[in-house]
Design a protein around this ligand. Structure first.
Ligand code: SF4
Length: 360
């Protein structure tokens, strides 16, 4: 126990400290989880913010090797929600005092897409009286596009780096100009310059990924001064090229446990950021999101996409809750969050404290 106690007393973790913590088992792992819970309770309180998730469209121009909705997967029924469907989902979020919305889509770069998102942002604010903070997650875009969306009322942006190791990133993507690690980094910089609260995240338990890579991911988030994080276990999809490497994967339970340790370590490293308990955790363990909340996560994204499209936005297989409607989802989450001894911060935007600090 003494080594973990010694590490936990430090004000800054080294790469080796993080690798050590990601390998903890038994009592030492419990010790890490308890410290993360304390840091969360003292720093941001045992509260969970809701972000109503609208999966706006599964049309994507890219071919990431791990993703179920990649361009070359011909078995996907492509869709794009209508403005009415989106506005009505946003109204549901406002009426139920969710505080925030996340609008997520595959990556499309075009004038008409940029303009449509711009109009939608303005119309959502109009329809909900400006009550909701809006997060976009629409991939890599030009600086000008990020600026236009920011000026139209999106103040947070999620762009997952997936792996901060450029070599591993290259093994997860086609080697062409559309899938460049440096562009992803450039986009994250551009989002920060524009003024967004910036979120990123990684997949955990990928083929070829090492504990060194994962420790590097957490240090990347710290050095980048990230405001929000969503990371989850890698879950394979049989319509993707990476599926062929599934024999290299560690068991799902192990991916799940490492994800919890990643969340706990990150909470201790960055006590004022927002960390999501991702749905992928629940695909492995029915209590996955509750467990993540207990070790440091403070954001949950209830799916408010119209139910008939949930099955079409499958980034990975075994995605839970695709047959629920928005109200079922809310009721289920309320019970789950109470089980984790946390309360839902209804009606609050839940901005990242880290963002406020770095902009003082
Ligand atoms: S991960 Fe994102 S950018 Fe890549 S194929 Fe899937 S939706 Fe498109």
């Amino acid at each position: 126990m003494s080594e973990i106690n010694e590490i936990l007393q430090k004000s800054h973790f080294s790469h080796a400290d993080i690798v050590h913590m990601l390998g903890l088992q038994g009592k030492e792992k419990t010790c890490l989880f308890e410290r993360a819970a304390q840091v969360k309770a003292r720093g941001i309180g045992n509260r969970v913010y809701f972000r109503g998730l609208i999966e706006f469209s599964n049309i994507c121009r890219k071919n990431c090797l791990y993703c179920g909705i990649r361009l070359d997967n011909r078995n996907v029924r492509r869709y794009m929600l209508s403005d009415d469907e989106i506005i009505s989902a946003a109204r549901f979020a406002a009426e139920n005092r969710y505080g925030s919305l996340v609008i997520q889509s595959g990556e499309v770069e075009s004038k008409s897409f940029t303009g449509r998102i711009e109009n939608l942002l303005r119309n959502i604010h109009k329809a909900t009286g400006g009550e909701l903070r809006i997060t976009l997650s629409c991939g890599e875009q030009e600086h000008e596009t990020y600026k236009r969306w920011y000026e139209s009322g999106a103040h947070r942006y999620l762009l997952r780096i997936e792996s901060s190791n450029p070599e591993l990133y290259a093994r997860l993507h086609p080697r062409d100009n559309d899938h460049k690690f440096l562009r992803r980094i450039g986009c994250l910089n551009s989002l920060q310059e524009t003024g967004y609260q910036v979120g990123t995240g990684v997949m955990i338990g990928l083929p070829f990924q090492t504990m060194d890579d994962l420790a590097g991911d957490l240090l990347f988030m710290e050095q980048f001064n990230i405001d929000m994080v969503g990371m989850g276990p890698y879950l394979e999809h049989n319509g993707t090229p990476l599926y062929e490497l599934r024999h290299l994967l560690m068991p799902r339970e192990e991916r799940f446990q490492i994800t919890l340790k990643m969340i706990a370590v990150l909470r201790i490293m960055m006590n004022d950021i927002n960390i999501a308990a991702t749905t992928a955790l629940q695909a492995i363990d029915k209590m996955g999101r509750e467990k993540a909340i207990k070790v440091g996560a403070n954001v949950i994204m209830p799916n408010i996409t119209p139910g008939n499209h949930r099955d079409d936005y499958l980034l990975y297989q075994d995605k839970p809750c695709t047959d629920e409607n928005a109200s079922d989802c809310k009721t289920c989450l309320e019970a789950r969050i109470a089980l984790a001894d946390n309360e839902i911060a209804y009606g609050e935007w839940g901005d990242s404290g880290h963002f406020r600090k770095r902009n003082r």
